[in-house]
Design a protein around this ligand. Structure first.
Ligand code: HEM
Length: 439
């Protein structure tokens, strides 16, 4: 027996590896099971929406869209991103980010509930046990890594070394592999415990959460999470679960509003929430201002700016006035939806169709892919590629106006791309050059 263990059972334990060191009577497989089942659903949704978000960038189309070029077989599932429904990316990314933030209290409570096991000694009793411990390390480390990188990206525009995209993408695979293994092992246990909790609720039970988890019938094994030295309870197990749920609800209520123009002010915890995007036709959310993106106003003036469109028949240079005069203008009601989880309601964009611009340079029938370059001198997405299906959609525009007014500099004046269901970064602002052709 380990010295620390012997001391723990006799006297005040000193080390976290001593079973009696952790004294909350709330800990037990039942408490852990409820949280585990919530995470089972929530993290599966997070994983799927995360992978879908990567597909939405059309990374297979061009290296400029792909921030994780070495993904290899991890990209097996990629598909051509559709243009409908037009709110598809808005929904996907709103769910991904809002759910991720809402699950933080549940994850923390789950880790709190199993913390004695993280310190358990000896670290490995056999090869099988060692493998299990390594998988737990990947599970806990992976969970923390994914949540921390996700929150930092949303809150701080990212501070990690290296790109957020590959770190979060590879991290998700490692974490989810460990998560699946853990869920396969624990879900039956968790469901069994949930049934027992229900039975308790129906009056067959005992006092709530007071270390009763240890024995409930002959078939029940010893609960490894129950403390051998329970302290006086300060809250019931049910109360603790309400506390976790309340924390999640609070985070939800102060985050979800960043997906609606009307509720944006309620999104106090979201960087693209509470702040005032101004009023009037251009008074809706942006990610980066023209000044931040390094746009020189001298380059966007009527005399200076020319749109350079290249295709099968050569290159055309168009001033803004010629663009509006020579091509029909159309309107489309589309949102802006950012990978960081904020989105706007549908805005009324007006401009020329991308497929009409394709026709202008020799693609009369089915338009090809499109490569767009911005005036932006820096930034990861100053170039972007759009797939032929996106170019062909009649709602895909090179917008000149929004909500009945000229685009403001911050919304991409003189002209910006707007494509239904595309991630915000593919809706290039301050467009300078468009090259049509198969990529
Ligand atoms: C972010 C996700 C999760 C993390 C970080 C996590 C972490 C852990 C850890 C470290 C343990 C202690 C394991 C041991 O020492 O044997 C544990 C136990 C447990 N987990 Fe999870 N878990 C997660 C998700 C889940 C899910 C999805 C379920 C089930 C649906 C689940 C159900 C359980 C149960 C029932 C136990 C109690 C141990 C037992 O009786 O064998 N967990 N969890």
């Amino acid at each position: 027996m380990f010295p620390a263990y012997g001391r723990a059972m006799r006297d005040d334990p000193l080390l976290p590896s001593s079973p009696g060191f952790w004294r909350s009577p709330l800990r037990g497989t039942r408490f852990t099971s409820v949280l585990g089942l919530v995470l089972l659903v929530g993290i599966t949704v997070l994983f799927v929406t995360g992978l879908v978000s990567y597909a939405a960038y059309n990374p297979g189309l061009s290296p400029v869209n792909d921030k994780t070029p070495d993904k290899g077989i991890l990209g097996f599932y990629l598909f051509d991103w559709p243009t409908g429904p037009h709110w598809l990316y808005r929904l996907n990314q709103g769910v991904h980010v809002t759910l991720g933030i809402t699950l933080i209290p549940v994850l923390l409570a789950k880790l709190w509930s199993v913390i004695p096991r993280l310190f358990a000694l000896p670290p490995a009793r056999s090869l099988a046990h060692a493998l299990e411990r390594v998988s737990l390390l990947l599970l806990v480390g992976g969970a923390l890594f994914e949540f921390v990188t996700g929150v930092l990206n949303v809150q701080l525009d990212y501070v990690f070394p290296g790109s957020f995209y590959p770190l979060h993408f590879y991290g998700a695979w490692v974490f989810f592999a460990a998560f699946v293994a853990h869920a396969l092992l624990k879900t039956p246990i968790a469901l069994r415990n949930l049934r027992r909790l229900r039975q308790e609720d129906e009056g067959q039970g005992e006092d709530e959460g007071q270390g009763e988890d240890e024995e409930k019938g002959e078939d029940e094994e010893k609960d490894i999470l129950v403390t051998p030295r329970p302290a006086e309870p300060t809250v019931s197990r049910r109360g603790a679960l309400w506390f976790v749920g309340g924390g999640s609800l609070l985070l939800f209520a102060t985050t979800a509003g960043q997906n609606s123009d009307a509720l944006r002010r309620t999104a106090l915890l979201a960087p693209h929430g509470g702040g005032d995007p101004g009023s009037g036709p251009n008074g809706f959310q942006i990610n980066k201002t023209a000044a931040y993106a390094g746009i020189d106003a001298a380059e966007t003036g009527e005399d200076a700016w020319r749109l350079v469109v290249t295709g099968r028949t050569g290159t055309v240079r168009l001033s803004r006035a010629r663009l509006a005069a020579e091509l029909p203008l159309y309107s489309a009601a589309l949102p802006i939806a950012c990978v960081e989880g904020w989105s706007t309601s549908d805005q009324w964009w007006r401009g020329v169709r991308l497929r009409d611009l394709a026709a202008l340079v020799g693609y009369d029938g089915d338009p090809p892919d499109l490569f767009v370059e911005s005036l932006q001198p820096r930034g990861a997405f100053r170039k972007a590629a759009l797939r032929a299906n996106q170019v062909a959609d009649p709602r895909s525009l090179l917008a000149l106006y929004v909500n009945g007014e000229e685009l403001s500099p911050d919304h991409g004046y003189p002209a910006r791309i707007i494509v239904p269901a595309a991630p915000g970064v593919l809706n290039t602002k301050w467009v300078a050059r468009m090259t049509f052709g198969d990529l």
